[in-house]
Design a protein around this ligand. Structure first.
Ligand SMILES: Cc1cc2nc3c(=O)[nH]c(=O)nc-3n(C[C@H](O)[C@H](O)[C@H](O)COP(=O)(O)OP(=O)(O)OC[C@H]3O[C@@H](n4cnc5c(N)ncnc54)[C@H](O)[C@@H]3O)c2cc1C
Length: 377
């Protein structure tokens, strides 16, 4: 077992984007107290980055990355130049040339996570990989922890950044609300995957759900279908032949991307993609960030923005909690409630544009009223 200091100001469980940003904020401390940095440990269960669906960061992330001082470290990704959608019965183009923020990024997700972790380490955080929490016990104003590798640790504050698992918050008694049954099935394609200059994402609605496809930085392409876990279509898509056959029957995507000439190099992989919220997202001596606090539908394309934003604001709230500001956790909880309301309203608006023309279960569940009833907004 490798050695670790026993005593920490904050332990962040999960070293994804939300955890890395929160740990960095904590390690940096408040601007006026740069000399009084806090001791922060990230515990990450994976020894190396797990494969992820190819994600995109929309242009609206630029101001956030600038505020975090990370905008000039966005290397190795592919420019994300806009969206083509077949939604609400019409084909539309949103070209980011006309977006005031400029282009987004089709991410090299491993590179992105590595950059964020390196920034946290540079600020003074320590990361320990291949380890998770075995036991957690409240102990007179702090937490006692035994890790899966047998380390006995003590911390004043805990941050749950375990993604959709919300493993720490659940262990502390918070309720995980699963707000729908959305599931994604994705493949990575190689071959004639599109013009090298085509850096648009495409989204296409169909009877049982919706498609997403985008080019990835390494020249491959991700294609994904999203439906509810109880829909028979997901079984059809779980075989490579079934997936390709259905992809090749799409109207807009098959006409614009040469999916006929591609082969599957990864997948089909089935992943949970539902909206979910942790209630409450903060309590005495702990808070949750990123998907562990609020997991968003991929249609919003804002999961990573939410991870960066809650990593930043959750990290700042954690600094204030360590400084004894009792209202910091409540302030963070009410901020998350506002984010959830805005997210619910936007999701109801976007799904509503398609749901009105469809009669299948998937779309009936995505009419504005059921979405607002489940999420808010
Ligand atoms: C199908 C699909 C498509 C998506 N597309 C996009 C997109 O295009 N754009 C976008 O912005 N977002 C997208 N997202 C959302 C995005 O992937 C997430 O919102 C984002 O990864 C959340 O970051 P996070 O740091 O909160 O969690 P994660 O990235 O999940 O990181 C959690 C970390 O915690 C670790 N961990 C978990 N449990 C433990 C434990 N018990 N102990 C220690 N470590 C633990 C994990 O190994 C992982 O490293 C998509 C999601 C899905 C499902």
């Amino acid at each position: 077992m490798s050695r670790l200091n026993a005593s920490w100001d904050a332990i962040v469980v999960g070293g994804g984007p939300a955890g890395a940003v929160a740990a960095r904020r904590l390690a940096q401390g408040p601007a006026q107290k740069r000399t009084d940095r806090c001791r922060v440990l990230i515990l990450e269960q994976a020894t190396e980055a797990a494969p992820r669906i190819g994600e995109s960061l929309p242009p609206a992330c630029r101001p956030l990355l600038r505020d975090l001082g990370l905008l000039d470290r966005m290397d190795g990704h592919r420019p994300y130049l806009g969206n083509r959608t077949l939604w609400g019965g019409t084909v539309a183009t949103h070209d980011f040339l006309r977006d005031p923020h400029g282009a987004g990024w089709h991410l090299d997700r491993t590179g992105f996570d590595t950059m964020l972790q390196a920034a946290a380490i540079h600020a003074g955080a320590t990361i320990h990989r291949g380890v998770t929490v075995r036991t957690l016990t409240p102990r007179s104003g702090c937490w006692g922890m035994v890790t899966s590798l047998g380390h006995r640790l003590r911390t004043r504050l805990l941050i749950d950044a375990t993604g959709r698992a919300a493993a720490v918050a659940r262990r502390l008694g918070a309720r995980r609300q699963v707000l729908d049954r959305l599931t994604g099935v994705y493949v990575v394609l190689r071959g004639e995957t599109g013009e090298p200059s085509d850096s648009f994402s495409r989204i296409e609605a169909e009877a049982d759900g919706w498609w997403y496809t985008a080019p990835l930085p390494d020249g491959t392409r991700v294609a994904a279908f999203h439906s509810d876990s109880d829909q028979p279509v997901l079984r059809e898509l779980s075989s490579p032949a079934g997936f390709l056959a259905r992809l090749r029957r799409t109207r807009m995507i098959a006409a614009e991307v040469p999916v006929d000439a591609t082969t599957i190099v990864t997948g089909p992989v089935t992943v949970p993609a539902h909206s979910a919220a942790t209630d409450p997202p903060a309590g005495a001596g702990w808070l949750a960030v990123g998907d562990a606090a609020l997991a968003l539908d991929p249609l919003s394309s804002q999961g990573l923005m939410n991870a960066l934003f809650t990593g930043m604001t959750g990290g700042d709230a954690a600094v204030a909690m360590l400084d004894g500001i009792g209202s910091a956790g409540r302030g963070y909880t009410s901020l998350l409630s506002e984010v959830r309301q805005a997210y619910g309203a936007n999701l109801a608006y976007f799904y509503g544009a398609e749901a009105g023309r469809r009669s299948g279960d998937f779309w009936v569940r995505r009419a504005p009223d059921p979405i607002r009833a489940a999420i808010g907004g």
